[in-house]
Design a protein around this ligand. Sequence first.
Ligand code: SF4
Length: 386
Amino acid sequence: MALARRKPTRAVRVGALTIGGGAPIAVQSMAATRTQDIEATVRQVELLEAAGADLIRIAVDSAKDVEALAEVRARTRDIGRAALSVDLQENYRLAATVAPHVDKIRYNPGHLYHHERDKSVHDKVAFIAEIAERFDVALRVGVNCGSVDPEKTAKFGADDVGAMVESALEHARILDDLGFHRYVVSLKDSDWRKVVEGNRRFVAARPDVPLHLGVTEAGMPPDGIIKTRIAFEQLLSEGIGDTIRVSLTVPFEDKGQEIAAGREIIADIEAGRFRSVPANFGEGLNIISCPSCSRVENEAFIELARDVKTMAQYAKDYAVTIAIMGCRVNGPGETDDADIGLWCGPLGVNLKRGDTVIGHFPYDAVLAQTHALLDTVIAERGLAKA
Ligand code: SF4
């Protein structure tokens, strides 16, 4: 039984939930609705709660989002047992107003680097840790391979996993030095291989820190579940991982699928039911799409992601990566490494080839443009079938 060999990590209390320290692996998800749409977000929390979520995350980008969060918390406090977490984007100072309403706060070291450049990263972390201490809140250092700070990217060059691991280790050190130990770390990417390698490298240096596992922008089922399952089978079977999230691009009302998929993967690994992985899995067409969250600019994004997947099936044997993202916050950066990128705005979609913008198209026109671009990429690069 693979999970019986879990590596001993520190126990981190998140509200009534414990992550690490031998506690059962916690399964979490994130509200995909606009946070300020209080009715929709309350429904989303209720839906995830009913699906059996141990922890539910909500994104907060502004003071108005914080006001909405407070109301969502007040209205859902008594419906269930799930702990509540928030995702801070650039504005780390929102931690002060968010903390009274939640059990855990996630910050991204890469985003922290860019905000208030005249202040040291150490001082920003110290601010967040002091807030967390004062309001009895846990933290997650959430590092994404695609948004590591530029100094580490320059230092590690092509070894982007090395940059991600160094960022996670640096922030663990800062928090430890500050005397704040109630934190969890995550090292994520849309490529499951980088997720496996990054987490293994981090554990080699810091086996004591509880880990949150996930493959970002895994995409739509079933591929999104398969990519995530491969990463989790490798890591959980080695005893690595204390909490998990399966990120799926699905309609808001189907978000419970993330919890169901997570529990099924854990149960299968516990029972020794591993799925065989063909040697050429992931070598052909690769479609990555974000799971959507409150920042989605237009719900048509989810249908567009499905349409792109259907349209591109004719190219399934070609090694082309298409990335589809739901907003302007992460869309521009997270599509840079793909051959073809689409990131969605309120009224239209930005189409890119690598990091070059091709144009901005209405939702009903971008599919044909993407099709034409896919033809061009295949023809120009003389791509052979995988
Ligand atoms: S790309 Fe934007 S909409 Fe999609 S999950 Fe990330 S932040 Fe949310």
